[in-house]
Design a protein around this ligand. Structure first.
Ligand code: ATP
Length: 475
């Protein structure tokens, strides 16, 4: 099992299976390293060099970047360089003047070991290496409810330990199903506010007109249907923590009010003039690219910095395939299905490591559950992912003879109907499983189903286990 004990490679080593993975694996602590030499900065010759160890390297004019450039033609958050199974990848963040590699403007490109990139009037030479002090250290694959053995997850656990010990606002970024909510829960449970209220608000599952009331409450008569006073999430969590899930969905109109709550530590219920003091820690998460949204003006920069005093990035499952056997073992234990370990032999792990996992750990968990139930772990039993998880979705056709608002409503309507139908079909009509797969609140999915009357059209029987939902918008 020697090869199973290092995980600088992405895929689980050949021959690994649940029976053969060590309980305390070893990781190679050598870090990927970038040397960035700024040859030209804002049109002027420079020559300064910075060395960046580890994860994502962010470049732009804002001081919070790993490489902050003095160049007015560079965007605040211009691009980032990300470690990737093929080396390093440069990703443009919707910058105004673009990112150029080998005379080509690129949105997303894998870099050679040595590359020159042009952004604005700056030129940066990038060389990738890795730190030389290789050493193998033993790691615990578990951090509370989070399983992860690879270098990225072990680094994440170390960061979470520090974030939990502090009381600052924290922003969690990662694709859907990577474990952001679990990360938030670990931070809270290990922090000083562990025994205080923890209120979850799923900003993506609330109608935009109701978000303000969900966050800050309202008084009777504030709007049609407000027939009694209502406490919002911030008041309900006083002394504790508010978790703003899908914070990227927060309407622009509500953003200044959230900023005020964070800066002044006071809120105002909708329909009321007096303010109320609150003492709340805010943890927020999104699978959207907030730096890109700041660049294009759909998310306020000042709010972003208030929320993201520290940013925690949760890696995609694809970036940490060495964790597959450990995750599967954890899910099997949670299911009490140890008798099904035989379903995940080396050939199955090998097959799973070739899958893209667009739904990340949630998709893997669903797969393990289904495999245990069906006693079949072949990939062919995985239904195709619902439409939203495809990242490179094609831009829709637009009809400019229809007013913008109507065209948008029609489009959203069609998307909702298609999504609900696909996710229910994928989960054989099980509403709770479908809500979990879609990453939305079950009640919200239920409302969508009613709105589009889609459930009747799903051929499989609908089952609704009575298990309580873990995540609800505040009541
Ligand atoms: N590292 C992990 N170890 C064990 N289980 C995990 C891990 N990451 C995610 N999961 C499981 O995967 C599922 C999805 O996790 P979670 O809801 O935290 O993801 P998320 O990133 O918040 O998703 P979304 O953005 O769609 O809300 C949950 O069942 C969770 O328990």
């Amino acid at each position: 099992m020697g090869r199973a004990e290092t995980n600088t490679i992405a895929a689980p080593p050949p021959g690994s299976s649940l029976r053969t993975v060590p309980l305390r694996p070893l990781i190679d602590i050598a870090q990927p390293r970038l040397a960035l030499t700024i040859e030209v900065e804002g049109g002027r010759p420079s020559g300064r060099t910075i060395v960046h160890d580890g994860d994502v390297c962010r470049i732009g004019t804002h001081a919070s970047n790993d490489l902050a450039l003095d160049d007015p033609s560079v965007s605040r958050f211009h691009c980032r360089i990300i470690p990737d199974p093929h080396g390093w990848r440069v990703e443009d963040l919707g910058s105004l003047n673009g990112t150029v590699v080998s005379n080509l403007r690129v949105l997303n490109a894998v870099l050679p070991v040595e590359a020159v990139i042009g952004i604005g009037q700056s030129v940066i030479r990038i060389r990738s290496t890795s730190t030389t002090d290789k050493e193998l250290v033993s790691v615990t694959p578990q951090f509370g409810g989070l399983t992860g053995t690879g270098r990225t997850m072990q680094k994440l656990f170390a960061v979470l330990e520090k974030v939990a010990a502090s009381d600052i606002n924290c922003f969690i970024n990662g694709e859907s199903g990577t474990g952001k909510e679990l990360v938030a829960t670990e931070i809270v449970q290990r922090g000083v506010r562990a025994d205080k209220p923890f209120v979850v608000v799923d900003c993506g599952a609330i109608s935009p007109t109701l978000v303000e009331s969900e966050l800050f409450g309202h008084v009777r008569g504030a709007f049609t249907g407000a027939d009694r006073d209502r406490v919002g999430a911030f008041e309900a969590a006083d002394g504790g923590t508010v978790f703003l899930d899908e914070v990227g969905e927060l309407p622009l109109a509500v953003q200044p009010k959230l900023l005020r709550a964070l800066e002044q530590r006071e809120i105002r219920r909708v329909g009321e003039t007096k303010t109320r003091k609150v003492n709340v820690r805010v943890i927020s998460a999104t699978n959207r690219d907030l730096e890109r949204e700041v660049n294009n003006g759909s998310f306020r920069e000042d709010l972003y910095f208030r929320l993201a005093v520290i940013t925690v990035r949760v890696p995609r499952l694809r970036e940490r395939l060495e964790d597959l056997p450990y995750l599967i073992r954890a899910f099997i234990t949670q299911l009490g299905a140890e008798h099904s370990e035989h379903l995940f032999g080396p050939d199955v792990i090998e097959e799973l490591s070739r899958h893209e996992w667009p739904g990340n750990v949630r998709e893997l968990r669903n797969f393990v559950e289904r495999s245990v139930v069906l006693q079949n772990s072949r990939m062919s039993v995985i239904p195709p992912p619902p439409p939203s998880v495809a990242s490179g979705a094609r831009a829709p056709d637009v009809d400019v003879t229809v007013p913008y608002k109507v065209a948008k409503e029609n489009l959203v309507d069609g998307f909702e109907r298609a999504y609900v139908r696909a996710v229910l079909a994928a989960c054989k009509g099980n509403l709770t499983a479908a809500a979990r797969m879609a990453g939305i609140d079950r009640m919200y999915l239920h409302r969508l189903v009613q709105k589009h009357a889609t459930r009747d059209q799903v051929s499989s029987p609908v089952s609704e286990p009575s298990s309580a939902q873990q995540r609800k918008p505040v009541e």
